[in-house]
Design a binder for this molecule. Structure first.
Ligand SMILES: [Zn+2]
Length: 326
């Protein structure tokens, strides 16, 4: 389907855009009312997570003496109050998802968020119950981007305090639905959907040595040149002495299971289940997250000796995975 779309003349692109733009101006779905009003415990958790120590968010006495005359919520929490959480999705796709379905069927199967701008009208206070309304504001014509050809979809949200319908904030949000160039080239139009491949690691200048090592079937661990401590995953600075200098050591590949989980649900298509993910304590003394393979999940235990193997999980990706060691 994606290839035939690509080959169609410009007039078909115009017709396709017209089909998408029929959704412009409509609500993305029903307004979503927060499950809890603005409240102190959620504010405190947020401040803990962000590291925001401003007492106007958490100390009632201090807040009472401030310009706000009482506790207020950090403005950047606005969207958090109306996030869906892990509620089951609606049985029928909402309006936005109907439109995204049309894009997906035309091969624009990948999504990335490109813009988010928030505007705060007033501080939120404990007791405010928010309702979020999102509209489909705009769908761009097909654009060429670094990720592939795609359409930008603008879906701004307005936040209202439920008591009065008063607008307390707005958020502009834009996503790009794009046709992943690689997949379009690899999959013949007539073939059925192949099993999706595992997510690719994001390789950057800090961790490239690790992935280069994996290709050579070597498990390379970063070692601080300042204090000699090992660290993983790779990062630019030593957490112990703040040195930016480092070398890498080749690990023996032997270790023990420090902790593990066996994942049954939800199933993601690239993986086989049950899926054992272990935190392996390497003999060298640092830990690494990896799959445990060729093992009955019921027999995995903490302290179990394991040994690395370098496994081709698809035609181009090798991962370090562990097996029980004798
Ligand atoms: Zn160090």
């Amino acid at each position: 389907m994606s290839q035939t779309e690509t080959a169609k003349p410009q007039t078909d692109k115009a017709a396709f855009l017209q089909r998408l733009r029929a959704y412009v101006g409509r609500e993305a779905g029903p307004p979503f009312t927060a499950r809890d009003p603005v409240n102190q415990p959620m504010i405190r958790h947020w401040c803990d997570a962000i590291g925001d120590t401003n007492p106007v968010y958490t100390d009632p006495e201090f807040a009472a003496g401030s310009i706000h005359k009482g506790i207020v919520a950090p403005p950047t929490m606005m969207q958090a109050w109306t996030m869906r959480g892990l509620m089951p999705p609606p049985k029928e796709p909402d309006t936005l998802n109907q439109m995204l379905g049309i894009l997906s069927q035309a091969g624009f199967t990948s999504v990335v968020a490109t813009n988010c701008e928030q505007e705060y009208v007033r501080y939120l206070r404990p007791g405010d119950l928010l309702t979020a309304t999102t509209i489909i504001e705009d769908v761009s014509e097909e654009k060429q981007t670094g990720l592939g050809a795609g359409h930008f979809v603008s879906i701004p949200t307005t936040f209202r305090a439920h008591q009065k319908g008063e607008i307390v904030g707005k958020m502009q949000f834009r996503i790009l639905l794009f046709r992943p160039a690689q997949v379009a080239a690899e999959q013949p139009a007539a073939a059925g959907p192949a099993k999706p491949r595992r997510p690719r690691p994001v390789v950057n200048q800090d961790n490239a040595f690790f992935w280069d090592g994996v290709k050579q079937k070597e498990l390379l661990i970063q070692r601080c040149a300042g204090c000699g401590k090992l660290r993983h995953p790779p990062r630019p600075m030593c957490p112990s002495c703040q040195s930016l200098e480092w070398t890498a050591v080749k690990a023996s590949g032997r270790g023990t299971v420090y902790s593990f989980v066996v994942i049954h649900h939800p199933p993601f298509p690239p993986f086989d289940y049950p899926h054992v993910v272990a935190l392996v304590e390497l003999a060298e003394g640092t830990r690494l997250v990896a799959n445990l393979i060729d093992v009955d999940p019921k027999t995995v235990s903490i302290g179990m000796p394991v040994k690395v193997d370098f496994v081709a999980v698809d035609e181009e990706m090798i991962l370090p995975q562990f097996r029980p060691a004798a």
